[in-house]
Design a protein around this ligand. Structure first.
Ligand code: F6P
Length: 515
């Protein structure tokens, strides 16, 4: 990408936002609603499959106008278009960023992207045919996904989210941690002849995944398993390494798919097995609908843009350091964990895309748990703590169970919490005093389906893109995970040898105690 986009903190809009934020100290949601009958409508936005009510946020029309100027002055739309043209916007790895191509309809692009799109669809067809074959294979009752980070969090979150659409005859297990307790507990309930292991690793070099894969293979052979080609498949860009490992059934993808953006590729195979080919195609179509919204809708009514810009406003001008997420649906239990990687691995950067140190904050801390459980855990702090933490609700209108009362109670709680955070309840400043004026966003889906989940995830991907684009960072590399990997290798060798030479006193002490 060209280096022409202005640094956000050097733009005129940034200065104006700083000034605007000063006047915002006295902003109160209750007053804002009282003064503006149109607020709820103006700050609600529909996008494919998602309705977002952003009106209970610390933002007003003037803020949004200034944020849109910031987006223009930092070239957000140009950066978005560069991504959709397949330019190498991941500068530090010299790669294109094209996870969106994985959900692009067949034959819909001409020029340089026609060939990769064709490859995408051939691989997708092969993977979906394999998924259907496994679905029809009554002998395979258990599918074990071995992978970590993006090769785990996406499929794990989505298989759970779409459990109502899943084949009941298959059980899904996700093993990610190098902690052998995790794999051992899963293996204890399995039979080799009934198990399919999916070794999911973009690079096929990740220590945890290779260690777990080796143990799974050893277990399989020790149980008398013979047909490795039938019981192991690799999902990877490094087909050669998988073959060297001894796995010949492979589904590939490409270096232009980031790990945390890879659920749409072969990494989505567990989901494809769970919900079948039509379901997986609906999932892709939902995400594609959001891609089109992001590409084609003017900034002022573009949901990922509005949300991403609000993230910048909160982080850099109102100085909110974290965002909490509360899905009001138990099938979205892994939603917060999934978003943590998406947001913090993408935007947890301290240099710009050219490696220059930044003078402003980037990714907020992301955290959360499903409601209503979270109401009985950390909501206390959201209501009455000293910090302001914006909360993002996700609610689903239709339930798929027939239990009386539950869903009404669940949804009522979600609405009531958003209301309580905003309204508060005065009580002379004592223990029972709720200050109110606490911000929240409310995302509503009609139903949790493959298509709506696809759209919801793509919305989050693009929202992270927008804040990263304003900040001028590379949202698509993750160098920050490398140092720990190198040091762990060194410490592992020292644990065997006992050699603590050159280590700091604390590390040496821990090493001695753990040997
Ligand atoms: O944690 C770093 C990371 O590279 C993630 O970005 C990635 O999702 C994960 O490790 C797993 O990598 P791989 O799929 O190559 O095993």
């Amino acid at each position: 990408m060209k280096a022409n986009a202005m640094r956000c903190d050097e733009t005129f809009a940034w200065k104006k936002l700083q000034h605007h934020a000063l006047g915002f100290a006295g902003f109160d949601l209750r007053t804002a609603f009282a003064q503006d009958d149109e607020r709820a409508v103006a700050l609600s936005q529909t996008a494919p499959h998602v309705l977002a009510d952003l009106s209970k946020n610390h933002i007003d029309a003037a803020t949004e106008v200034l944020l849109q100027s910031l987006a223009e002055q930092t070239g957000v739309a140009a950066q978005r278009d560069a991504m959709f043209r397949g330019e190498h916007i991941n500068l530090s790895e010299d790669r294109a960023v094209m996870h969106w191509l994985l959900r692009q309809p067949e034959g819909s692009l001409s020029g340089e992207l026609a060939a990769p799109l064709h490859d995408v669809h051939s691989t997708l067809s092969a993977m979906l045919a394999y998924a259907d074959q496994i679905r029809g294979d009554a002998q395979i009752t258990d599918v074990v996904n071995i992978g970590i980070g993006g090769s785990d969090l996406g499929p794990q979150m989505a298989v759970l989210a779409l459990r109502d659409f899943a084949l009941p005859a298959k059980r899904f297990h996700f093993v990610s941690n190098v902690d052998g307790h995790e794999l051992a507990a899963v293996l204890a309930g399995l039979k080799a002849e009934n198990t399919l292991f999916l070794i999911a690793s973009k690079t096929f070099t990740t220590l945890e995944t290779l260690c777990n894969a080796r143990s799974a293979l050893a277990w399989f052979l020790a149980q008398g398993g013979q047909d490795v080609a039938r019981h192991f498949a690799a999902l990877t860009t490094n087909v050669a390494a998988a073959a060297a490992f001894g796995i010949t059934t492979t589904f590939g993808f490409w270096d232009w798919v980031g790990g945390r953006y890879s659920l749409w590729s072969a990494i989505g195979l567990p989901l494809a097995i769970a919900i079948g080919a039509p379901g997986f195609r609906d999932f892709l179509a939902g995400a594609h609908a959001m891609d089109r919204h992001f590409q084609q809708t003017p900034l002022a009514s573009n949901l990922p843009v509005r949300m991403g810009l609000m993230d910048v406003w909160y982080r850099n001008f109102l100085n909110y350091t974290s965002r909490s997420v509360a899905p009001y649906h138990s099938a979205l239990a892994r939603w917060p964990a999934y978003l943590q990687q998406l947001e913090m691995e993408s935007n947890g950067k301290r240099v710009d895309r050219h490696g220059q140190a930044l003078g402003y904050s980037t990714s907020p801390v992301l955290w959360g748990e499903p409601g209503t459980n979270s109401q009985h855990a950390f909501f206390q702090m959201l209501h009455q703590g000293t910090d302001t933490v914006p909360l993002e609700f996700v609610a689903v209108k239709q339930a798929t169970h027939g239990l009386k009362d539950h869903h009404g109670l669940l949804l009522a709680n979600a609405i009531a919490q958003a209301q309580a955070l905003m309204l508060g309840q005065p009580d002379d400043g004592g223990h029972r005093d709720f200050p109110g004026n606490r911000p929240s966003s409310f995302l509503l889906l009609e139903a949790l389906t493959p298509a709506s989940l696809g759209a919801l995830i793509a919305l989050q991907e693009h929202r992270v893109f927008v804040s990263g684009a304003v900040w001028g960072i590379n949202s698509f590399d993750q160098w920050g995970v490398e140092l720990g990997k190198v040091l762990a290798k060194d410490i592992h060798a020292r644990m065997a040898s006992g050699d603590a030479t050159g280590l700091d006193a604390s590390t040496a002490n821990l090493l001695r105690r753990m040997r």
